[in-house]
Design a protein around this ligand. Sequence first.
Ligand code: DX5
Length: 219
Amino acid sequence: MIQIEASILSADFGRLGEQARQAEAAGADAIQIDVMDGRFVPNITFGAGVVRAVRSNVEIPLDVHLMIVEPERHVSAFVDAGAGRLIVHQEACPHLHRVLQSIREHNIEAGVSINPGTPVEVLEEVLAMTDFIQIMTVNPGWGGQKFLESQLGKIRQLHDQLKKRKLNIPIAVDGGIGVTTAPQVVEVGATVLVAGSSIYNEEASVADNIAALRNSAEQ
Ligand code: DX5
């Protein structure tokens, strides 16, 4: 079953609660909240207060994508704000093993994300303690960027490795996911689609966009 996570990075920041509710009503499986600190990525976005505000508007899980340096310093704050899963970047964690341990000690799921320039092999030693792997299909920092087809081989490689090791870890993809690219990533093994600008835009309603995305992925 394909999961769709609505990334509020492309939502109307003046009505985030309403936009999150719209995604939930349209059948989104989770909301992904992109936290950016202006250091790990050039952009600055949300803190724990926004997570708390979204939490009070929807029942579906909140995946907090930490595109920040030293994410270990902020685990408790985001857990307290209502995160159901924290996704850290391997590139930001010299002690990734300890960070994932720390997240799990808070009784929530631990996810790890890798950028387009990072090989799957860096995850080798932490697969046993990872609940969720997110492959970036754009260079993180902004919504609305072009999907990087170069990442299709990486998704396939990870899928095959997890299958061989009998590890049932969901593979999420994030960046440029829409009705054209969704079938491509599903074909190579992705089961979680993180989408922002293909859900929140002027072309169609949130409900219609999510329906179209799900239909394209489940063709
Ligand atoms: C990194 C962000 C974005 C966002 C999705 O820049 O993580 O990838 O979630 O953005 P879209 O779906 O607009 O590419």
